[in-house]
Design a binder for this molecule. Structure first.
Ligand SMILES: [Zn+2]
Length: 296
């Protein structure tokens, strides 16, 4: 994945609160085994930490410390920075994903409302409750923000056995924005009937977000930014393989096998490795969100 060195990044789409603390806040999903299991069994790439009842009273939104804000705003100015630094690359992916949806919605008679991504470390207060990094990246419909601890990208490799790679990370970001698109379209709430399992709405919503990530990937290098040129200039087959590999690594069956020693499809919330790969690829192959009807 290559960015146009001269492109301007829009850091206003990212709120960097790394290093700040929630005043008096208590992390709901702690570290250790309990936190890990919660993560593995449902929250991973999920929709808000509230789905498993793992919320407390929320806590206050932490104030961004000026030093960390300055970090992204000062360091991530151009595509060249995105080619060199992981945090800047994530800013660029957020920009590209939102450029795409901002242009795609009007083509379908809609209007896209942008959603910021919050970079946090440790724990964070959200409209969906307080959450720790252990829950993995998630989208909170309550405040329409994507929450991401960049440390998770290492876990993709170390805990989930994904090959990692820049595009694996891009897939994660694009998946979360898939949930935002669902929120804007009114499909996201379908996942909240409390049911789990292979054919549950929860799984269908997750697979659709994977498909939407693929749709973006298909269109990434031909989506102009504000300057009229695409921010992403190159996506290779190896990049797409990294995305597919990450999608498989976070399949419910892989995670259950790895951490629980057996596979229990009735408790799936995100879909199997194969389902996730298939739907990401369906989006990538067609580049058409209309081909992402996982509810059929
Ligand atoms: Zn998800």
């Amino acid at each position: 994945m290559q960015f146009d060195d001269d492109a301007d990044l829009d850091t206003s789409e990212v709120q960097d609160v790394r290093g700040s603390r929630i005043p008096g806040g208590r992390a709901t999903v702690g570290g250790g085994i309990a936190g890990l299991i919660a993560l593995l069994l449902g929250l991973f790439f999920g929709v808000g930490p509230d789905q498993l009842g793992l919320t407390d009273d929320g806590g206050d939104e932490p104030a961004a410390s000026s030093s960390s804000l300055a970090q992204v705003q000062q360091s991530c100015r151009t595509g060249k920075d995105a080619n060199a630094r992981e945090d800047c690359r994530t800013v660029a992916v957020v920009n590209s994903v939102q450029d795409y949806w901002r242009q795609e919605f009007p083509r379908r008679g809609g209007r896209y409302a942008p959603a910021p991504t919050v970079f946090f470390s440790g724990r964070v207060g959200t409209a969906c409750g307080a959450a720790s990094s252990a829950v993995g990246p998630f989208y909170c419909p309550g405040d329409r923000k994507v929450y991401l601890d960049l440390g998770f990208f290492d876990e993709l490799r170390t805990k989930f056995g994904s090959s990692g790679g820049p595009f694996a990370q891009a897939y994660v970001v694009a998946h979360e924005y898939g949930h935002h698109v669902q929120n804007l379209m009114g499909t996201l709430s379908r996942s909240q009937d409390g049911r789990t399992g292979e054919n549950s709405n929860a799984v269908r919503v997750e697979l659709q977000a994977d498909c939407y990530a693929g749709v973006w990937a298909h269109n990434a290098t031909r989506t102009p930014d504000e300057s009229g040129k695409p921010l992403i200039t190159k996506l290779t087959d190896a990049d797409i393989r990294d995305g597919l590999d990450a999608a498989a690594a976070v399949g419910d069956d892989r995670i259950q096998q790895r951490y629980q020693g057996r596979v229990t499809p009735e408790s799936w919330t995100h879909g199997s490795a194969k389902q996730r790969q298939d739907w990401f690829y369906q989006g990538f192959r067609t580049g058409d969100m209309a081909q992402c009807n996982t509810f059929r």
